[in-house]
Design a protein around this ligand. Structure first.
Ligand SMILES: Cc1cc2nc3c(=O)[nH]c(=O)nc-3n(C[C@H](O)[C@H](O)[C@H](O)COP(=O)(O)O)c2cc1C
Length: 307
């Protein structure tokens, strides 16, 4: 049986359902290090660069990364060179990728979501904009907007008024009810939701018993969070009509299969790319095999099978 891996997120047509998670695969950097001709044979079906903010951000104090028994704890703090540098320096190069490019933006102030969306609206290099609502918000004294439905609604509404691009809202799992937040995002005009961002966590140094991370706490990713993410994708996909991008611990083809079955139309890989930046290639090939073994001929036929 021939398996068709093509999938769609609204108007975005993807050759297969595996994209990268923001902040975990720097194609411009990887292109200088990896032997592969990354731009000609880009392994992900779409490319999402690291989140950018209106002003450059230095990020959090080091150490910023710690490997746990089943995942990665990070407190990068959205270090980035700012949206102007992204548009000027990165976008023209990213336009050479053979796949759709999805910019990721976050706001330190709520109104930044509208300003950033407006700045990207006319850029033909971009197929979509993803709003990362997990950025510390100045008006909320460092609390993320995405931690409640009302804050999410405000950010998404401002972006929606400022762009006609396909709008994806990336949800944080650090909430009481992620379904409520997803519904608020869609109500405010999101075309798609992606989930989950990292899960709040911390680690102590075993000897000093002090927090390891410079920022004290961080965000957990990787295999440890997969069941949390799978539940969120299952619940959100049955509650909203917008397509869902599922992520959180996707490492193997079996993981990708399960996220799609839980209701995602595409999945993203993050932490797994740190161990093997080309792990995606095996996941895509393996996914086709697993689908074939189960007699599932298309992603549409798989998506939501768990329901
Ligand atoms: C080092 C690191 C940096 C990240 N940076 C971002 C970011 O800039 N923007 C964003 O939306 N998510 C960011 N994330 C979260 C991932 O995109 C993803 O949602 C999360 O890690 C769960 O997927 P995973 O378990 O496959 O890594 C980052 C994750 C890691 C590990």
């Amino acid at each position: 049986m021939a398996v068709n891996l093509k999938t769609a997120l609204g108007p975005l047509e993807l050759d297969h359902p595996v994209i990268n998670a923001s902040g975990t695969f720097d194609v411009l950097e990887a292109d200088t290090v990896l032997e592969e001709d990354l731009f000609a044979r880009f392994p992900f079906a779409a490319y999402v660069p690291k989140t950018v903010t209106l002003a450059p951000r230095a990020g959090n104090a080091p150490p910023r990364l710690y490997e746990t028994s089943a995942g990665l704890l990070n407190s990068i703090g959205l270090a980035n060179r700012g949206i102007e540098a992204f548009i000027r320096d990165d976008l023209p190069r990213l336009a050479l990728l053979p796949v759709p490019v999805i910019a990721s933006v976050a706001g330190e102030a709520t109104e930044d979501y509208g300003v950033c969306a407006a700045m990207l609206d006319g850029r033909d290099e971009l197929a979509a904009i993803e709003l990362n609502v997990s950025c510390p918000n100045v008006e909320l004294h460092g609390r993320a907007l995405g931690l409640d439905p009302a804050g999410t609604h405000r950010a998404v509404s401002l972006a929606r008024e400022s762009t006609s691009k396909f709008l994806i809202v990336k949800l944080t799992p650090n909430v009481t009810d992620i379904v409520e937040v997803a519904a608020a995002a869609v109500d405010a005009g999101a075309d798609c939701v992606s989930l989950i961002n990292t899960v709040h966590g911390m680690v102590l140094d075993p000897w000093s018993l002090k927090p390891v991370l410079g920022n004290v706490t961080g965000g957990l990713s990787g295999p440890a969070i997969k069941p949390v993410a799978l539940r969120a994708v299952f619940l959100v996909s049955q509650a909203v009509t917008a397509p869902v991008i599922g992520m959180g611990g996707v490492t193997t083809a079996q993981d990708a299969l399960e996220f799609l079955a839980a209701g995602a139309s595409a999945v993203a890989m993050g932490t797994a790319s740190f161990r093997d930046p080309l792990a995606v290639t095996g996941v895509v090939a393996g996914l086709a095999e697993l689908m074939e073994e189960r007699g599932i001929g298309s992603v549409a036929g798989l998506s939501g099978a768990a329901h």
